[in-house]
Ligand binder design. Structure first.
Ligand SMILES: Nc1ncnc2c1ncn2[C@@H]1O[C@H](COP(=O)(O)OP(=O)(O)OP(=O)(O)O)[C@@H](O)[C@H]1O
Length: 243
């Protein structure tokens, strides 16, 4: 296994006069899943989009040590950075195959890449000629993850992948990204709360009001504790059986 790495340094994002991300430094090594947790509006999407190149940002982004900060999003995608964006950004009036074909063309991949993506989740093959707008939320999210993986990325950025999905779908997606991380893909999972993904996370960062506060290496539970501490929230007391 050769583990890939995403590293951002001094990454800052502003929308007009408003600062969304300030001087962020984050390293995402392949081999295990790294999480980015923070409340709504903390700047998680801004960090992921800045790493992907689709919002204007200052600072530097390194892919396996190479500075990709000056590359546009399509070039970063071809270099090996993939994103599962919040809101999915699918074409609802195209079918599953045609949605995948759009990415194949962006990445200059052969048509067989579409077939490979359909194999990623069995449900996608059975739904391949369905319009994407009629798929369930879970099916759509599987399609977005399959689409992101078409170019065999070195880095996978997942923006609130689990929001609104049933636990079984979350577990299936979680298994997929954990396996990818184990193969060496640098996986960064941004979530407002880890939920059932907690046990899949090895390390992570807490982001509050645009600032990276801590890097926690002790697994998902330790990251949750660091997140609670950053937010000034205490861990709920263990439930005791009623006497
Ligand atoms: N296109 C935009 N124009 C102006 N302000 C924006 C834009 N996108 C995000 N913001 C603001 O930047 C800040 C950070 O937003 P961002 O979406 O990065 O946070 P987030 O942690 O991903 O939040 P959420 O969990 O709600 O998606 C917020 O105050 C948000 O309102």
């Amino acid at each position: 296994m050769s583990a890939h790495e995403l590293r951002v340094e001094g990454l800052s994002v502003r929308y007009g006069h408003a600062s969304a991300l300030t001087d962020a430094a984050v390293t995402v090594p392949g081999g295990s899943v790294t999480a980015l947790v923070g409340p709504n509006g903390a700047g998680k999407s801004s960090l992921l989009l800045a790493a992907y190149g689709s919002v204007p940002a200052t600072g530097r982004v390194f892919l396996d040590g190479d500075d990709v900060s000056r590359l546009r999003p399509a070039a970063r995608a071809r270099a090996g950075i993939a994103i599962v964006p919040q809101g999915r950004q699918l074409f609802p009036h195209l079918d599953v195959v045609d949605n995948l074909q759009v990415m194949a063309e962006l990445l200059h991949l052969p048509r067989s890449a579409v077939q490979g993506a359909l194999d990623r989740f069995p449900i996608l093959r059975t739904r391949r000629r369905s319009l994407v707008g009629v798929l369930s939320g879970g099916e759509q999210q599987m399609l977005v993850v399959a689409r992101a993986l078409m170019g065999s990325p070195r880095v996978l950025l997942l923006d609130e992948m689990t929001t609104g999905l049933a636990p079984l779908v979350v577990q299936e997606l979680g298994r997929t990204v954990t396996a990818l991380a184990a193969e060496g893909v640098a996986v960064l999972l941004a979530e407002p709360a880890l939920g059932v993904l907690r046990r899949m996370v090895s390390r992570g960062y807490v982001l509050v009001r645009g600032e990276v506060l801590t890097c926690e290496e002790g697994g998902g539970r330790a990251l949750d504790d660091a997140y609670r501490a950053a937010m000034g929230v205490q861990r709920p007391r263990e439930l005791r059986p009623a006497s």
